[in-house]
Design a protein. Structure first.
Lengths: 374, 131
């Protein structure tokens, strides 16, 4: 039996198919993964993300600590509640995890880290926090729900009192705020509008059921994966891990090299890589033939070299297969991917694949070799 | 509770077989299989002319999450494949025993179907598997 969130019994009651995810028993789908995906792009869906770990950092040196710990710079966060997305690196420059950190006040920051990495993240954070005046508190009494889609924010605020709803709807993008006993953040992992709410665990079932009653669709991890890949968002463990650095993972934009005096963990290695240029890069792929791209498939850049698919799936919005792949830096616009012994054609594209619910690539474009049938 | 038509034969790997008047057999995957796989997004079926052996992995069905092999229940030669599955693989989910047929095969031997499971056998198998 894996670890379970406060919503596990409800997921079972709702007919969810449960799978192991990083040691947690989580719902992969309730009805149809593809229908759940469409519900988020068109209306609103709710995801249980309580398996992720909320960590509060409090103390006079909370900021200084995070400036050492994280590759992005929390000093950029000037207004209370503002968040940023960052990697946490090893001295070797390898990625320990990707995470979001909120600036609550000068001596209080909040981080949200991935479920699969939570134990090692906590150990790493506690180890390095010992050198600073900062307290590390795992907030495991909280559940977390992600409500995503064009109608999501309205549906969540409908559950709140009028003054609280006003505060929630006034939130800017990538800002979070404690509103009574809910922490409401205008963030997400789907490319749609929405909130991620951290609430007392005891309220989780009731809130989920009220959202269902408002027409918000229960959505599982399956839809979460197709949505995030369409939106061009990385998945830790697939698109990067401890053996890869941010510059070859499409995450150079999350590394704050300025000011040069900020000595974050992993900086030395990254400075060298940045100067020399990374030999590999992460790109988006659109499969032009029929088929499905999957992790670890070999990618061939003609005349240049080979790489590998890191995340692949079927895109319900584009109705074809999309992927991220790590390839040689000089890779051009066309590659081939080896699938079950055959070489299929793929186009290199810059993510995201879907923006504001719209496909960035002609959905109507016919598959290559259509006349050959299957 | 999945649908198991009594006029078909079955395999342990969840394929079904239907005898046709012209001596060929029609093959697909069962209702249990399509439900376990979820929404199908890609199907790869052999072309006419391909020779298959009993138990050979000859086709692939892919859901969003994973690819699964489909095994030929009998030895023979593929005479037809379902042309609708390329554009609409979800037909297998919607109608696994009818419009979702995958291929037609001319058996290499008469009596090839004798060793296949009856609908009662297949239902018992599903019960054992806890389906």
């Amino acid at each position: 039996m894996g670890r379970r969130t406060p919503l596990f019994d409800l997921h079972r009651q709702l007919g969810a198919r449960i799978v192991d995810f990083g040691g947690w028993d989580m719902p992969v789908q309730y009805t149809s993964q593809i229908e759940e995906h469409h519900a988020v792009r068109r209306a609103a869906g709710v995801f249980d993300v309580s398996h992720m770990c909320v960590i509060d950092l409090e103390g006079s040196q909370a900021r200084a600590f995070l400036q050492r710990l994280l590759a992005n710079d929390v000093a950029k966060l000037k207004t209370p509640g503002k968040a940023l997305y960052s990697c946490m690196l090893k001295e070797s420059g390898g990625v320990i995890d990707d995470l979001i950190v909120y600036y609550l006040d000068d001596s209080h920051y909040r981080m949200v880290v991935n479920a699969g990495a939570r134990d090692k993240d906590l150990a790493w954070i506690r180890h390095h926090a010992a050198d600073f005046d900062v307290e590390v508190t795992e907030r495991d009494e909280l559940a977390m729900l992600a409500v995503q889609g064009p109608q999501a924010r309205e549906k969540v605020s409908d559950l709140m009192s009028v003054p609280n709803a006003k505060q929630a709807l006034a939130l800017d993008v990538f800002v979070g705020r404690q509103i009574d006993h809910w922490f409401v953040a205008r963030t997400g992992y789907t490319g749609e509008e929405g909130f991620e709410i951290m609430i007392p665990a005891a309220e989780a079932v009731h809130v989920w059921q009220k959202l269902n009653n408002e027409g918000v669709v229960s959505c599982g991890l399956g839809a979460r994966d197709t949505l995030r890949l369409e939106a061009g968002m990385n998945l830790y463990g697939n698109d990067m891990d401890e053996s890869t650095h941010p510059l070859e993972s499409g995450l150079a934009w999350t590394v704050a090299f300025e000011p040069v005096t900020r000595k974050f963990i992993g900086r030395e290695v990254l400075d060298v890589l940045e100067a020399k240029g990374s030999p590999r890069k992460l790109v988006g792929l659109l499969l032009e033939d029929r088929g499905i791209l999957r992790s670890h498939q070999k990618v061939i850049a003609p005349g240049i070299g080979a790489g590998e698919v890191t995340s692949g799936t079927y895109s319900p919005t584009l109705e074809r297969s999309i992927a991220f792949a790590r390839v040689p830096a000089g890779t051009g616009e066309q590659v081939q991917v080896e699938i079950r012994g055959k070489l299929l054609n793929a186009r290199v594209v810059k993510p995201p694949f879907v923006r504001n619910g719209q496909s960035q690539w002609a959905k109507a474009a016919p598959f290559a070799h259509e006349s050959k049938g299957l | 509770m999945s649908n198991v038509p009594s006029d078909l034969k079955y395999t342990k790997s969840h394929e079904w077989v239907r005898s046709r008047a012209d001596g060929t057999v029609e093959i697909g995957i069962t209702d249990h299989a399509q439900h376990a796989l979820g929404d199908l997004v890609f199907v790869d079926v052999p072309e006419a002319g391909r020779v298959v052996s009993a138990g050979e992995a000859c086709a692939v069905v892919e859901s969003v999450k994973a690819a699964s092999d489909v095994y030929s229940p009998i030895a023979g030669e593929v005479t037809d494949r379902n042309p609708d599955l390329a554009a609409k693989p979800e037909v297998i989910n919607e109608d696994p025993y009818g419009k979702g047929w995958m291929m037609r095969v001319r058996p290499a031997n008469a009596g090839a179907l004798a060793s296949l499971l009856s609908s009662a056998d297949y239902e018992a198998l599903l019960k054992e598997e806890g389906a």
